[in-house]
Design a protein around this ligand. Structure first.
Ligand code: BEZ
Length: 258
């Protein structure tokens, strides 16, 4: 799911069981895509392919790509009928243009947004559409601040660890316009996201935040996780439920004819 700048290790099984909300909440952005029977649709950063499968159920001819071979293997085992492959979204090219390119909860792992926009533009036929949702400006800011503060408290330099790209609406629209897109919708909104169970924060950090902990011993990590929980508890734990401060950026754009 992530690009080479990040060293996050994906555990496809845990992803499906503890972070199933990623594809469940991605259902909304599918309604913006409105896949049609017979259309060719590329899903960038497809993860374990739950949304690719939904697009295919609508009758579209889908291709799903993800950088993580583990996520692709899991996707293939769940959906053997789908065309899924481990590919880098910065360099992926196709000889057969797509009618639409879709992406949910993946583009924030790809810090070179211009390289991704080149891939999307090259994959689409003129007039084809790009529909995406990912983390927007200040996404998970409370989680990031708590993690950086806890790292610093235990003697780790917190700067330079954050692997994510969370642009503002204006910043991302400008990237797309620079690559020949007409931006038809861009929305930045808060989407507080419940995490499963008492261990919700720890599970989230385990799944998503390897880049913050690459040089941290297991013992230090355990106390830093606890410290992160204590910082977040007053604002982000309600009636036995952890809530992550997600902010989404949702975008629709058309590839203009040359
Ligand atoms: C997100 O979907 O917003 C997200 C997921 C993992 C890390 C950071 C953000």
């Amino acid at each position: 799911m992530n690009q080479p700048a990040s060293n996050n290790q994906w555990q496809a099984d845990t992803y499906d069981h503890k972070l199933d909300f990623v594809s469940r909440l991605g259902g909304d952005v599918l309604s913006l895509l409105q896949p049609q029977p017979g259309e060719r649709v590329l899903d960038i950063g497809c993860g374990t392919a739950d949304l690719t499968a939904k697009i295919a159920e609508a009758g579209a001819d889908t291709v799903g790509i993800d950088l993580s071979p583990e996520m692709i293997a899991r996707g293939r085992s769940k959906y053997p009928q789908l065309n899924l492959s481990a590919q880098n979204a910065y360099t992926y090219r196709t000889g057969q243009p797509f009618d639409a390119v879709f992406s949910n909860a993946a583009l924030h792992w790809m810090r070179d947004a211009h390289a991704v926009a080149v891939t999307v533009a090259s994959a689409l036929r003129p007039g084809g559409r790009f529909v995406a949702e990912f983390g927007g400006y200040r996404n998970v800011a409370a989680l990031v601040n708590a993690t950086e503060t806890a790292l610093a408290a235990y003697g780790y330099e917190p700067q330079g660890r954050n692997p994510w790209y969370f642009p503002t609406a204006g910043e991302y629209a400008a990237v797309l316009e620079a690559h020949g897109f007409l931006v038809t919708l861009v929305q930045h909104f808060e989407r507080p996201t419940p995490l499963q169970g008492e261990s919700g924060i720890r599970d989230w950090l385990d799944m998503m935040a390897d880049d913050f902990f690459f040089d941290v011993s297991a013992a230090d990590k355990a106390v830093i996780y606890q410290e992160v929980e204590e910082q977040l508890r007053p604002e982000h734990y309600r009636q036995g439920q952890w809530i992550a401060d997600y902010r989404r950026l949702r975008v629709c754009a058309l590839k203009m004819a040359d």
